[in-house]
Ligand binder design. Structure first.
Ligand code: LER
Ligand code: MN
Length: 269
């Protein structure tokens, strides 16, 4: 297991749950100084991968993952839009983000780009559109030698799939075997009966973890019990990233410090 910290470069979502916000290089430098081995990027669109690779070499960092949610926030795209042209544009945008991430050795995450069951569309139809999107994008990611990460979100953000167990059943029914689950501890705190049991049940399907406390502050500031979560991740042999996607409370620097302190308290890495 390896810690990571998020950097968001989308000013329109300034109030969102990401730790660092401002300049990419300054944020990478700060993450490296605190001892993070990796950062996760949330960008409006693909950036220049060569330039980012250079920054990674300068600061000794890896890219843990790239988020695709800007496609929804900035362009209104989702994989379950009733309009086939919008679904196609959503798929195209995610494909570009997969390619961007793959050049950095990082998977792309499908979170809010999954959308919702649209009004006047039945649930089965929406899930079929989601499956089509994930199958196509999972195969594309495979051709780029990265997995694709699918994130169940809490009920206030999607009515498609809210729990890891449902997500696991859905992924097991796909044609593509290259899609993995994201266990976001904040969404799970709202939806799961037990964080640890859900992690154990999802097992090797888990490909990425978002690390935030019960109220989505940095880990250690809320009431999530971290030891059973870590024990479950160890038990399933999880060796991926545990990436701080949390509100920058009280400040980005302080939130990053609290996060790495929590990692150090609960992991040996
Ligand atoms: C959204 O709540 C979230 O958790 C992100 O990782 C996906 O956009
Ligand atoms: Mn998340």
């Amino acid at each position: 297991m390896k810690p990571a910290v998020t950097i968001a470069l989308v000013p329109q979502i300034r109030k969102g749950p990401w730790i660092y916000w401002d300049d990419l290089e300054t944020s990478m430098q700060k993450a490296a100084e605190l001892g993070f081995p990796a950062v996760e990027l949330f960008t409006p669109s693909p950036l220049d991968a060569e330039q980012i690779n250079k920054l990674c070499m300068t600061y000794g960092l890896q890219i843990a993952a790239v988020g695709t949610g800007a496609g929804k926030v900035l362009q209104g795209l989702t994989l379950t839009d009733p309009d086939p042209h919008v679904r196609q544009k959503a798929t195209g945008f995610i494909q570009e983000m997969i390619h961007f991430g793959a050049q950095l050795g990082a998977p792309a995450i499908i979170g809010s780009m999954q959308g919702n069951v649209p009004v006047d569309v039945n649930r089965e139809q929406a899930l079929e559109w989601l499956a089509q999107g994930l199958n196509h994008l999972g195969s594309y990611a495979e051709s780029q030698e990265v997995p694709l990460i699918y994130e169940p979100l809490n009920r206030y953000e999607t009515n498609l799939i809210n729990r890891l167990g449902e997500g696991a059943r859905f992924l097991n029914g796909l044609g593509s075997r290259n899609v993995r689950l994201l266990a976001d501890l904040f969404h799970m705190n709202i939806e799961e009966t037990s964080l640890a049991d859900s992690i154990r049940e999802a097992g090797s399907l888990i490909g990425h973890v978002h690390y935030a406390d019960s109220h989505r502050g940095p880990m250690g500031t809320g009431h999530t019990e971290v030891p059973p979560v870590m024990e479950a991740l160890r038990a399933i042999g999880y060796d991926g990233y545990v990436s701080a996607e949390a509100f920058p409370w009280p400040t980005p620097d302080e939130a990053a410090r609290k996060t790495i302190a929590s990692f150090r308290l609960h992991f040996v890495y």
